[in-house]
Design a protein around this ligand. Structure first.
Ligand SMILES: [Zn+2]
Length: 276
């Protein structure tokens, strides 16, 4: 599943190739991808509009047009491919966008979990799915005080709390494991046991881990875009995730694996002692 750094890499790649292209129409082979409209209304609305910018919030991709924004969530397996108009329609290609230059953008999704929604430009955060989302770590208002204000008296383990998209948007399992290692926090620490400096460190570590991952193109090794392979190198930077039994990079204690809220959780029993 692509996480925020992978979605950012996809956004940058799509931006290079799509900005300036003008839509002619959209064909929906699987109309259920579309959330708040029917295919005919959607296609008529985007016709003649140019892609001005590619944006992102959390794991949502924004195609920012003249008057509207197309919001796309790739979920598990969604991918975009740029193809010539006469390229045969392949299995799992559910949406075909036609551009005035004769190229097409194909939305490919083996699981069909992805979603698309068209909203007025500037109203992205009011869209279904986005309105209840917490701040993402790159938001200007994000920081220790924000996290502390979201914590209240929660007894939930910090691991599950950080994965909650209404608290932070776009921080997935791999990244939360790494953030907690950096903060020397046991994943099962109840949120109410965290102190002001813990929230500050969590905010800083969330930004740092995601920035590094974005710089390296994320972790997913997949071809997201026609012939351009987006190959993440962040997996080489992981300290604890997926490293059960391997020595901790700081103290050489074997990394432990437990389940927290049903998710695989990796930590160093020595560097991340339990508190609270
Ligand atoms: Zn350690």
């Amino acid at each position: 599943m692509p996480e925020l750094p992978e979605v950012e890499t996809i956004r940058a790649t799509l931006s290079e190739h799509l900005v300036g292209k003008t839509f002619v129409k959209a064909e929906f082979i699987y109309p259920k991808i579309l959330k708040n409209s029917d295919p005919e209304t959607f296609s008529a609305a985007i016709s003649g509009q140019t892609i001005r910018q590619m944006g992102r919030y959390g794991k949502y991709l924004f195609f920012i047009l003249d008057r509207n924004t197309l919001i796309s969530h790739l979920r598990m397996e969604g991918k975009f491919y740029l193809k010539p108009i006469d390229a045969v329609l392949e299995k799992h290609e559910h949406v075909v966008f036609h551009f005035t230059d004769g190229e097409t953008l194909r939305y490919h999704d083996t699981r069909k979990f992805g979603t698309m929604e068209l909203v007025p430009r500037g109203c992205e955060r009011e869209a279904k799915g986005l309105c209840g989302m917490g701040l993402e770590p790159f938001d200007e208002s994000f920081g220790g005080p924000y996290l502390q204000s979201m914590a209240k008296t929660s007894i939930r383990p910090v691991k599950s709390w950080l994965l909650d998209q209404t608290v932070i948007s776009g921080l997935g399992n791999i990244y939360v494991n790494e953030v907690l290692f950096r903060c020397r926090l046991h994943p099962e620490t109840p949120v109410r046991a965290l102190e002001t400096e813990d929230f500050a460190r969590l905010a800083e570590a969330s930004r740092a881990v995601l920035s590094k991952a974005i710089e390296l193109g994320g972790t997913t090794i997949r071809t997201y875009y026609s012939s351009l392979g987006v190959t993440g190198r962040f997996q080489n930077e992981l300290n604890v995730h997926d490293k059960k039994g391997e020595p901790c990079p700081l103290c050489a204690t074997p990394i432990a694996k437990i389940q927290v809220g049903g998710r695989g959780t990796y930590y160093c029993p020595h560097c991340q002692p339990k508190k609270g």
